[in-house]
Design a protein around this ligand. Structure first.
Ligand code: PAF
Length: 299
């Protein structure tokens, strides 16, 4: 049954048909559609995407759907935090005009009969440690892009590998969509904002500021002239060896971006320094990107 609830400004939509009708009406009025897909439990990082979308598109659509196919770990999926009332309020305040809240059986009417497989950029970083994760992300995004038909989509650079893969998918499937990436939003101590930060205990939360500082150590090495990929990785690792006591490093890597490969024997051009660290109930990721030839003084 369709349940479209009109709040002050924002409509909540649960079915693809109703969403298509909403989009058609907007397009008839000549409005451009900006789409921000999320899994909810919104934080300032998501709100920055909504605001960017509101600045650069006429009508902002956001989705909240905790996508089961991108979780490798069932417990992680089941423990994913939710707060729909709060999310709806925040989304509306940040300029979202339609919030898409589909159920699992609506998004996956035939289960996993038809899925998307990503064959590049997935053998490193999170793709390596979470096999199948990006296939799940690409599958759900193909469905959402098809239902919403946005002119622009907005992704945060905290998930830089996801942004690179979405860019490839948009090209490969000829989606007529502009990808807009937005900078990582950080807490005052440097921790990248994430829905998973809520699952850190107080001691872990205090320590987690170390992640971004370690990446800054990598940037400092590049700034000082280091161009050997492994030596840059080592400068981050050394920082974590000293400062990380509770978290366990899953990976640290330095690659060219957005291809997510080492382009030559030594670093040149656009790069990413990325890490993943596991705490007791949360796996955190962070990264910095830059251009080797013009890397600025680390902040
Ligand atoms: O980045 C996320 O929150 C998810 O991977 C996304 C893009 C909403 C797909 O489920």
């Amino acid at each position: 049954m369709e349940k479209t609830v009109q709040t002050k400004e924002m409509v909540r939509i649960t079915t693809p048909d109703e969403m298509r009708r909403f989009i058609r009406k907007q397009k008839e009025k000549g409005k451009t559609i900006g789409f921000v897909p999320t899994m909810g439990f919104l934080h300032e990082g998501h709100l920055s995407l909504f605001r960017k979308a509101a600045e650069t598109s006429d009508c902002v659509v956001a989705s909240i759907f905790v996508n089961p196919t991108q979780f490798n770990d069932r417990d992680d999926y089941l423990a994913y935090p939710h707060d729909l009332m709060r999310d709806a309020h925040l989304a509306e305040e940040a300029g979202v005009q339609a919030l898409f809240l589909p159920e699992e059986k609506t998004v996956y009417p035939n289960g996993n009969e038809v899925t998307v497989t990503i064959h590049a950029k997935t053998d490193v970083l999170c793709g390596k440690s979470r096999p199948g994760h990006f296939n799940g992300v690409a599958t759900v995004l193909a469905k959402l892009f098809n239902i919403i038909r946005p002119d622009s989509v907005y992704f945060g650079m905290k998930d830089a590998q996801q942004a690179a893969i979405v860019s490839s998918m948009i090209q490969a499937f000829h989606f007529p969509i502009r990808l807009i990436t937005c900078p990582i939003v950080r807490e005052p101590d440097g921790l990248a904002m994430s829905s998973r930060n809520a699952r850190l205990n107080p001691a872990e939360r205090k320590e987690a500021a170390v992640l971004s500082r370690g990446l800054q150590a990598g940037l400092a090495a590049i700034k000082a002239g280091e161009r050997d990929f492994d030596a840059i990785v080592q400068s981050v690792r050394s920082y974590y060896t000293v400062h990380l006591k509770l978290g366990e490093v899953e990976y640290i890597d330095v690659l060219n971006y957005p291809e997510l490969k080492r382009r030559g024997a030594s670093l040149s051009g656009r790069f990413i320094i990325a890490c993943a660290v596991r705490y007791s109930h949360a796996r955190l990721i962070d990264n910095v990107t830059g251009t080797a030839e013009s890397v600025s003084e680390p902040g």
